[in-house]
Design a protein around this ligand. Structure first.
Ligand SMILES: Nc1ncnc2c1ncn2[C@@H]1O[C@H](COP(=O)(O)OP(=O)(O)OP(=O)(O)O)[C@@H](O)[C@H]1O
Length: 309
């Protein structure tokens, strides 16, 4: 399918059909993923099902090793399940070839990582433009849209700065700008405040809240209860299963599973976490995948490596 060229700089479009109006943006069904073989096999996810509505903000919490990152990687098409399916905007992603999955991911999903994953030799504007270019937006439109988003995010003065000269909080704001600039169906954030101090975390949460206010659908992994409490719904994972869902404020979500209880919530939220930086290095086709039309060239794919975001 040919990528659409935006008609104006401020409205980057995706080449895929939009999600059905009023329907879920994300439908996860019976996701199961194990690592290792034989006696060493370990189930990271055991039959997880979850539906996320358009515009919803869902936080996923749980103790270290419970499967949060695995879930995010499967949702974002960075990994494939053993069993189950992931549908984004009505498109089944797990059945796609690695190349098609990578292309769909770039058009439909924005990623935010704990360690920002900015391209070090591109300036702030270049990083945001790159996110748009790999989604199929033309060069001039990407530049104009990047300027607009950086302005919205209070980062216009830093447009020519290299990531290494920025604070962690500034880098994460750039990473969020990159993730949302193309108005993807879904933004996935893996511990977006995990490396930040309280003040910087607060600013990042403010940005996420603003994006949520604009209707952006967000799925976020976090260990910070104050951050999770910003979401519409908090999903508790334990041992690869959803054990509870709550609306912040104590209300049980309609689709809640087995109760975790308040002690479970505290345990889930308080446990320490480590970031898994995602590089789908078995996905070699993705490194040479090239959208047609006005999309980016292989130089961008060289910069991107094998799809680290
Ligand atoms: N590539 C892999 N190879 C082998 N085992 C893996 C791999 N990725 C994850 N696992 C295992 O799967 C389980 C779930 O891991 P995952 O990273 O999804 O948990 P998590 O909840 O995100 O943990 P944390 O909060 O520490 O980041 C863990 O036991 C982990 O060791």
């Amino acid at each position: 399918m040919a990528p659409a060229t935006p008609t104006t700089p401020t409205t980057p479009t995706t080449p895929t059909a939009p999600a059905e109006p009023g329907g879920p943006i994300l439908t996860i069904t019976d996701l199961t993923r194990s690592y290792g073989r034989g006696e060493r096999a370990r189930a990271a996810l055991r039959g997880v099902s979850l539906t996320v509505a358009a515009g919803e903000w869902v936080a996923v919490v749980g103790p270290s090793g419970c499967g949060k990152s695995t879930l995010l990687h499967l949702v974002g098409g960075l990994d494939t399940p053993d069993v189950g399916s992931v549908r984004i905007g009505g498109e089944e992603i797990s059945a796609l070839t690695p190349t098609k999955r990578a292309l769909l991911r770039r058009r439909r999903v924005g990623f935010v990582f704990q360690s920002y994953n900015l391209v070090p030799h591109l300036d702030v504007s270049g990083n945001v433009e790159l996110g748009l270019r790999v989604a199929g937006v033309g060069r001039r439109a990407a530049r104009a849209r990047a300027a607009e988003v950086l302005d919205d995010f209070g980062l216009a003065d830093l447009a020519r700065a290299l990531p290494a000269t920025l604070s962690g909080g500034q880098q994460q704001r750039v990473a969020i700008a990159r993730a949302v600039a193309g108005r993807p169906d879904l933004v996935l954030a893996d511990e977006p405040t995990g490396a930040l101090d309280t003040a910087a975390s607060r600013r990042v949460v403010e940005l996420l809240r603003a994006e949520h206010g604009r209707g952006q659908t967000l799925v976020m992994v976090t260990h910070d209860y104050a951050v999770a409490a910003e979401a519409d719904r908090v999903v508790f994972l334990r041992d690869g299963r959803i054990v509870d869902e709550r609306r912040p404020g104590g209300r049980r979500a309609a689709t809640g599973g087995e109760a975790a209880g308040d002690a479970g919530m505290a345990t889930a939220v308080g446990a320490g976490a480590s970031l898994v930086v995602v590089v789908d290095d078995d996905d070699e086709d993705a490194s040479t995948a090239r959208p047609s039309g006005d999309g980016p060239g292989n130089d961008l794919n060289d910069l991107l490596g094998l799809g680290s975001w």
